[in-house]
Design a protein around this ligand. Sequence first.
Ligand code: FRU
Length: 495
Amino acid sequence: MVKHLADVPSNIVTNEIDLTNQSPYRQNYHVESESGSLGDPNGFSYFNHQYHLFYQWSPLAFSKNPHYTQHGWKHLVSKNLIDWQDLGAGIESDTVLDKHGTYSGSALPVDNRLFLMYTGNTWTNTESEDDWHRVPYQVGAMMDKDNKVKKWMTPLLKGPLKGYTGHFRDPKIFKKNGIYYAVLGIQRENLTGAALLIKSSDLHKWSIVGEIKADHNNFGYMWECPDYYEINNHGILEFCPQGLETSNNKYRNIYQNGYLIGNHLNLENGQFDCGEFHELDKGFDFYAMQTMRDSKGRRLLIAWMGLPETKYPTEKFHYTGCMIFPRELQVKDGVIIQKPVKEIKDLYQEQFLIEGKTNKESIKLEAGKSNSRDIQLELDCTQAYDTILDLFANEDNTDHLRLIFNHKKQEFIVNRGHCGLPISEAYGAERSCHLDLNKKIKVRILQDVSSAEIFLNDGKDVFSMRVFTDNKNNHIFITSHCGEASYKAKINQLR
Ligand code: FRU
């Protein structure tokens, strides 16, 4: 077993990449790994005049000849959040502090360098062969302007902490009033999840402020990838709770994602006055989101458009996962509003403007051959029982991603049950939310070769998902039932 990808025979690596390149599902403008698995985004930041994005990466995850199986961070940079340059392995599992996995973490520019903070996962068996348990280290590292990373060999903190299990990971760092803070996911000994707040004045010595007290004490068994940030006078704690029970149309994936919003977090004692938990993305494939504040003052979001422990058809081509297209976050009426970053315009090519009405008949919208599109639709379905938009449709519209605007139920439903290859069937083929259809609505959809991100209500409700259809499934149909619906669409083909 070798510790660095550079020491793996190069033909093994290139064979994997060649196989991945044969996939018909490769995306056009969403970040994917060149081979192997892509997971949580890490270290999303702006440093040295460019955006940095790292991610959980296991480049030979599907190779039959695994010379190198540990987690590492892949490193990418971009000037415009669209064109990403691949810098290869960012950090790898090559020290005693991270020998069984360079787990998730974050980054913050400090002076002329980028400070990286992550969890080094290690397993140990002190008592007997079968008694393996996790010893997590919170690790610091500095990256210089040449993108060279130096890990600090004294851990910032070592787990498990008293009263908690070995599930202690994913530090998200931020700075306020000259002090560094980080939030981490942690599991209490009674097997409930929480977020822990820690602080430091010099990045080396960290002390524990305590749990974030948000009145969600029995809310899943573990909180992964927490993030805390402020937008105006709102404090927002995002995290991915594991172990929530499905309730109606909520919490339908294997693990969930969402946020609490309230006043600013009290950084002295962890008190957080906030309301209920909101799902950030209600789609089928979304996890481990991370935000950053960029040089323009925007709060930007990136996330894995995928889920842990979930099989995707791309495994046949030895890769899985992609990122969402980056979004800008704002707060409106006490909830988060998400919009694709405006840089998307750099991808625009041909534009189609389409208007019309439908009453029972299925109308095909002519919007170019490629499924890479930014669709902006105004829909008046106030007079119809329901209105249906089919994307990724084949010629006779028997296979499609179906979006249903149900006036009777005042609901939006997305169904991927008849859309190419099945995915995660055990978790159901539909996701939905309440939608006021007594008024005209706006729908925005970012389509790519094998994904869709659907924004409703100006980005208050968002659904992200992967779909794996034949590439001839490039049609769009609109149909209404029991009454007329009218539509106005602006559809941009994307490069
Ligand atoms: C979330 C997660 C994190 C962990 C990482 C390991 O998907 O489980 O909690 O740091 O993945 O890859």
